[in-house]
Design a protein around this ligand. Structure first.
Ligand code: ATP
Ligand code: MG
Length: 377
């Protein structure tokens, strides 16, 4: 907030208007530390850039420049309106306007359409404070029009309901129901990003109830999968936990979520978590072979989730590189050349050490190995 105030002060000294806007004002009024602060100004992007030493053109064609202060970036956006969303993603045209009021009007919900001066005076033309106090998400203007302009807003309303534990106002809710099919035109990455935020929100079941009630889910890839009992889902800070819950509740494999374009890492972790979940017992070898994230995902109980790390830290070794003997030792002891046998025997030793049948000590490993090797030869 200190840095944003400094930016506002500089802009005002140069004769421009400048305010904190959007989510930061909402969070400030809720008594929550905002994770990023946006500034809106009457200055044009080039005028903003000229006032500060370091800036990045993050979205200059949309009027946004990022100002860097003490290594932290603050987005400064010129007052603007948006018009025409033919692809339902970004406005076809951004028009700069010369009033804050016009800028606030284009924003999605009343709670997100407030501004604040550097003296913390609130500018609230659409009743955002009242809705914030009442716990209501209400579209600015006519909800039908606003969702027709940008279909992602429907999912944003649903996401905020779970993040804030708020209700969606009736007309806004009705408009989501009647425009639900339009969500299909939104890029899957943006849909996935909103759903990830739902998964880690404080009340995912509120969002999920709205998602199903509005039938918005019906127009998402594999949308039927969302129709499970979310009241038994315990959130974590990892969105993948929600996706895991959804797959597990439906008895589905990862293939059902293919269209969401998970990263390869997330895909692997989801698949491994399902594998781990299917195991009847988690012994030392399981704790050794799966990562902390994979095992945590497979657990629904938060106490059990916390014990994964403890269990892993108690293992005699955490990876093959910690073994007191390596492939070269095995070759020396057997006077054999490298080959597939090396990998097989290393695995046997690894397993014996992990399961505490063998001490992780070179002499012990040598005795054990030579003994076993000759027995199998
Ligand atoms: P978060 O805490 O998730 O960052 P936020 O309210 O800051 O919430 P952002 O996506 O960062 O949300 O957007 C910043 C602000 O820009 C919003 O508060 C809102 O005023 C406006 N905004 C963002 N997306 C849209 C949209 N699709 N339509 C209209 N206004 C939007
Ligand atoms: Mg934000």
């Amino acid at each position: 907030m200190k840095r944003a105030k400094y930016i506002i002060k500089c802009l005002k000294e140069a004769g421009f208007e400048a305010y904190m806007v959007g989510g930061a004002v909402r969070d400030y009024l809720r008594g929550v530390v905002p994770h990023d602060i946006d500034v809106a100004t009457s200055a044009a992007p080039e005028q903003v850039k000229a006032l500060f030493e370091r800036s990045i053109d993050t979205g200059i064609e949309h009027g946004t420049v990022m100002i860097l202060i003490e290594g932290q970036g603050i987005e400064v956006t010129t007052f603007r309106t948006e018009s025409g969303y033919s692809d339902n993603r970004r406005p076809d045209k951004v028009e700069f306007v010369n009033s804050l009021h016009e800028d606030l009007k284009r924003r999605d919900f009343t709670i997100n359409s407030m501004a604040m001066t550097e003296q913390m005076a609130i500018i609230d033309p659409f009743g955002g404070q009242e809705d914030l106090a009442a716990g209501i998400i209400r579209a600015v203007g006519l909800p039908e029009e606003r969702f027709a302009e940008d279909a992602l807003r429907m999912l944003r309303a649903i996401r905020f309901s779970g993040q804030l534990d708020f209700q969606i106002e009736l007309k806004t809710l009705g408009a989501i129901k009647s425009h639900a099919t339009r969500i299909q035109s939104v890029a899957i990455e943006r849909i996935k990003a909103e759903l990830d935020k739902v998964m880690i929100s404080s009340a995912p079941d509120i969002s999920m109830t709205y998602l199903v009630e509005t039938r918005l889910n019906q127009f998402l890839p594999s949308g039927g999968l969302f129709e499970v009992d979310w009241s038994r889902y315990t959130r974590t800070d990892d969105p993948l936990a929600g996706w895991f819950y959804l797959l597990n509740q439906n008895g589905e494999t990862f293939a059902a979520l293919r269209e969401y374009r998970f990263s390869n890492q997330d895909k692997k972790d989801l698949q491994r978590a399902l594998e781990a979940k299917g195991l009847s017992e988690w012994d030392a070898w399981v704790y050794y072979s799966f990562t902390e994230r994979q095992l945590t995902l497979a657990l629904s109980d938060s106490d059990a989730r916390h014990s994964v790390r403890e269990q892993q830290e108690a293992l005699p070794i955490r990876s093959k590189s910690e073994l007191a003997a390596n492939g070269r030792d095995l070759m020396e002891w057997t006077e054999q050349k490298a080959g597939p046998w090396l990998k097989e025997w290393t695995l046997l030793i690894e397993k014996a050490v992990v399961e505490r049948r063998l001490a992780n000590d070179k002499e012990h490993i040598k005795d054990w190995f030579i003994d076993e090797y000759h027995r199998h030869a």
